[in-house]
Design a protein around this ligand. Structure first.
Ligand SMILES: Nc1ccn([C@@H]2O[C@H](COP(=O)(O)OP(=O)(O)OP(=O)(O)O)[C@@H](O)[C@H]2O)c(=O)n1
Ligand SMILES: C[C@](O)(CO)[C@H](O)COP(=O)(O)O
Length: 230
């Protein structure tokens, strides 16, 4: 089966507040985006990658490919107004039947094992959405902060990427008009009328969102990788 990974790196990183978008910040001397691309290319020799970049940072993205990868397996497109539009732009470059991974560029600690499990699961089930359990207690807010109720945390999961789908599901699902509630691919596919299938994600597959996440990612990289492979 053909395999495509759409790596969404089209955001501006407002919550990080850095001079360049967080996907270009350095971790152990290499850009966050480098680690994400490397792991996907390692997961399958026949995987093709679609990299979605902010228009203003396309050159910076190309510099990363020039330095570490080659263009045989990587196509580039521009990001859109929201993550949903960035995924739509990526999907326009995929024309064959395939298993398609959509992954946040800033989840740079994703592992080959998770990518391969998502693939196998999506082949059988049509979709694979990785989730983890919450280690904190969870509450649902109603009208205001003081109007709230406890939720059973065993019935709540935290959703990660790569969200993985058969192209025959993902492509038509993304023809829908954008809605504010589309925070990921799962919400789009559900709006299209299909159920999604969950699999176990990884604690370390964090999304670098705020400065503290970069520090945590740096420490996790130190713990997991030998100096030669960083
Ligand atoms: N229009 C957008 C918005 C987000 N993303 C990507 O989606 C992933 C997850 O989004 P998020 O963490 O929210 O990134 P930003 O939108 O850049 O951050 P912020 O919301 O803080 O501005 C990131 O890899 C980001 O680059 C994208 O490709 N296109
Ligand atoms: C796709 C995602 O990472 C799943 O948890 C998340 O919804 C992205 O949210 P963001 O606000 O765009 O960071």
């Amino acid at each position: 089966m053909n395999k495509y990974a759409i790596i969404v790196a089209g955001g501006s990183g407002k919550r990080m507040g850095s001079a360049v978008p967080k996907q270009f910040l350095l971790l152990h001397g290499k850009p966050v985006l480098y680690y994400t691309i490397k792991t996907f290319l390692e997961a399958f020799d026949d995987l093709q990658l679609v990299l979605v970049l902010p228009e203003d940072y396309a050159d910076m993205g190309r510099e990363i490919i020039d330095a570490y990868f080659d263009y045989n397996r990587i196509q580039i497109t521009s990001g859109g107004e929201t993550r949903f539009h960035s995924v739509q732009n990526g999907l326009r470059l995929i024309h064959s039947d395939a298993i398609i991974f959509v992954h946040d560029a800033v989840r740079c600690l994703v592992t080959v094992d998770l990518i391969q499990r998502c693939y196998e699961h999506a082949l059988r089930m049509g979709s694979a959405v990785p989730v983890t359990i919450s280690r904190d207690s969870v509450r649902l807010l109603n009208e205001e902060l003081n109007d709230n109720e406890v939720l059973d945390r065993n019935k709540v999961v935290l959703v990660q990427t790569p969200q993985t789908f058969h192209s025959r599901i993902l492509r038509p699902a993304f023809e829908i008009d954008f809605k504010e509630r589309f925070t990921d691919e799962a919400t789009v596919v559900e709006a299209y009328g299909l159920k999604i299938s969950l699999i176990e994600g990884e604690e370390n597959n964090l999304k670098i969102t705020r400065p503290v996440d970069l520090l945590i990612a740096e420490k996790l990289l130190e713990a997991n990788l030998s100096p030669q492979s960083v």
